[in-house]
Design a protein around this ligand. Structure first.
Ligand code: TEU
Ligand code: CA
Length: 561
């Protein structure tokens, strides 16, 4: 049986501050805006907030490029505003998890400003510098945001590594001084009373010595080189050092953002006994739709078997060994209802189904802002309406270098852009969705008149009220948190069904992931004596015989057996 812990029992709400609520009309969400909405989060039942980066930043990548780790970005407010926010959260018995971005800094961070001055500057070795190789970049690694992962610096005629944008130089974790600086900074925030860290691309800290060229798998000049920096040779050493020097001294939630991890990696990084972190974000289920590359996959039901097998493997492999974090969306992904559900006719039903799904699996659920009202993807008419550096770079690369038709490229942007999740939070049907009295930094989704918090709170059948109920159920039923998971109907192409069992207590979760009415038969040996319907997204007869029945489009039910 898994050990009990508060960070297993909580529900985390992710805030993307730039788009949450603007308190002063400059079009940018801010800390005072969040403060004004704490009671809203409390009403929803949230007990932990993960706040995306609010540190000083030139915002090349919306705060993931930090120029001062120990101060607040001007647009978001001041350190005093932040202190007040933390105090008000604690007053409401809510916890605050901060984003930790230490794979890279901004190129405007004083360390990098120093480092680039000369080859013998004391900060030079804080970053990863290499001379040109035969007049070219030091190797063929590709940046996540397109182009080479190397930036040329004229002043010293050398290249620096940047796995992300050219304004995000990678820190050199091989340098013990870098690690000490980071630990000191982390401690500074923990001493202020924060309740944890979400750690940005934390499994990319250790790069393979020699930084070798990666074997080409496409015709492109630059190639994805994950094998040389994902879960690199010294990763565990660094994380365990961080644990020994900082993390182990506090009762905190730590979640590593760890693209490309397997369950074995997760057990190593976040194992109950010997791991360094409390949990990790895995990406296998998010990448199911990404695999087809530029092609947009519309055939959602055939993906269900893949989704079942991925999620079931994570549930079973981690059980009793490590703890899952459960999510279907964040600020880097299309909206969950657009990606996994139906953002048209069955928007409300499918948003509720997905909510049921993330709350009923074993692990800590993460709710991304706006998902609790079923916010959807957006399709802006022009690439100029997009703000995300990754989106803009990809589009330019496709149209300018690869000759992709601009309209086709825009279609991919509509389906995949990170800005889908970054349009302003829709608070009410007034102008700019009640997000700002000014002009928002990115356009609001035009569907705000229909989809907004004011409507959702007033309507007892809304996605919002359904989330509230799920969160309450989780608090009342330890089986939802700690019960073991067992998949049923493994090869059904439309229905995802599973049980959760904690000693005598047993739940049966049944989800129709399709727009069809779907019929199923429970196995003979799955004898059901009496049932209690805990929650459902349709009005159904709670005493219906459940040995065999049909489910409405996107119907979700949870029974206690
Ligand atoms: O994301 C890491 C990451 O792997 C993403 O870049 C991902 O590949 C991409 O977004 C998929 O569309 C983290 C942050 O969550 C992201 O916002 C940052 O841009 C990135 O790190 C760099 O800090
Ligand atoms: Ca503002």
């Amino acid at each position: 049986m898994t050990n009990r812990a508060w960070w297993k029992e909580c529900v985390v709400y992710q805030i993307y501050p730039r788009s949450f609520y603007d308190s002063n009309g400059d079009g940018i969400g801010d800390l005072r805006g969040i403060l004004q909405k704490l009671d809203y989060l409390k009403e929803l039942g949230i007990d932990v907030v993960w706040l995306c980066p609010v540190y000083k930043s030139p915002n090349d990548d919306n705060g993931y490029d930090i120029s001062n780790y120990q101060d607040i970005m001007d647009e978001f407010g001041t350190l005093a505003d932040w202190e007040k926010l933390l105090a008000e959260m604690h007053k409401r018995e809510m916890k605050l998890v901060m984003d930790l971005v230490v794979n890279h800094t901004s190129d405007e961070h004083p360390w990098f400003q120093e480092a680039r001055k000369s080859k013998d500057n004391p900060y030079r070795d804080f970053y990863i510098w290499r001379p040109a190789k035969a007049g070219h970049e030091p190797n063929n690694w590709r940046s996540f945001f397109g182009g080479s992962a190397w930036g040329y610096d004229e002043q010293t005629s050398e290249y620096y590594l940047h796995l992300f944008s050219k304004k995000q130089p990678d820190l050199n974790w091989e340098n013990p001084q870098v690690r000490e600086e980071i630990y000191t900074m982390m401690d500074w925030w923990l001493q202020k009373g924060i309740d944890g860290f979400r750690m940005d691309v934390i499994n990319m800290l250790s790069k393979t010595p020699g930084l070798p060229d990666v074997p080409a798998v496409t015709n492109d000049r630059y190639q994805f080189a994950g094998q040389y920096f994902v879960n690199g040779p010294r990763l565990m050493e660094f994380l365990l050092e961080m644990k020994a020097k900082v993390l182990s001294r506090y009762d905190i939630l730590t979640v590593g953002e760890t693209p490309f991890v397997t369950t074995q990696d997760a057990i190593m990084i976040a194992g109950e006994e010997t791991g360094a972190l409390k949990m990790v974000f895995q990406f296998e289920h998010m990448d199911l739709s990404a695999e087809t590359g530029a092609e947009i996959r519309t055939d959602k039901s055939s993906r269900l078997l893949d989704l079942k097998s991925v999620m079931s493997r994570w549930q079973k492999d981690l059980e009793g060994r490590a703890w899952n974090s459960i999510y279907l969306g964040n600020h880097d992904q299309p909206r969950s209802v657009s990606q996994f559900g139906d953002d048209g006719r069955y928007r409300v039903e499918s948003a509720k189904l997905l909510a049921t799904f993330i709350h009923m699996l074993q692990g800590t659920p993460y709710v991304y802002q706006g998902d609790e009202i079923g916010m959807t993807n957006v399709a802006f008419e022009s690439i100029d309406d997009y703000r995300d550096v990754a989106t803009r770079n990809m589009y330019r690369e496709a149209v300018e270098n690869k000759g992709v038709d601009p309209l086709e490229a825009l279609k991919v942007v509509h389906a995949k852009s990170r800005d889908n999740a970054r349009t302003p939070m829709q608070w009410d049907p007034s102008k700019q969705a009640g997000f700002t009295t000014g002009t928002p930094w990115i356009k609001v989704n035009p569907n705000y008149e229909e989809i907004n918090v004011a409507e959702a709170r007033a309507n007892p059948e809304s996605v919002f009220h359904y989330y509230k109920k799920l969160i309450r159920l989780r608090k009342e039923n330890p089986v939802i948190v700690y019960g073991s998971y067992d998949l049923l109907l493994a090869s059904h192409e439309e229905i995802y069904a599973f049980t959760r069992t904690l000693e005598e207590d047993r739940l049966f979760v049944i989800l129709n992931f399709s727009a069809n009415t779907s019929v199923f038969h429970l196995p003979e040996d799955f004898a059901v004596k009496s049932t209690e319907l805990l929650i459902s997204n349709y009005n159904i007869n709670p005493d219906e015989n459940i040995q065999e029945f049909s489910l409405h489009p996107y119907e979700a039910r949870v029974y206690r057996l």
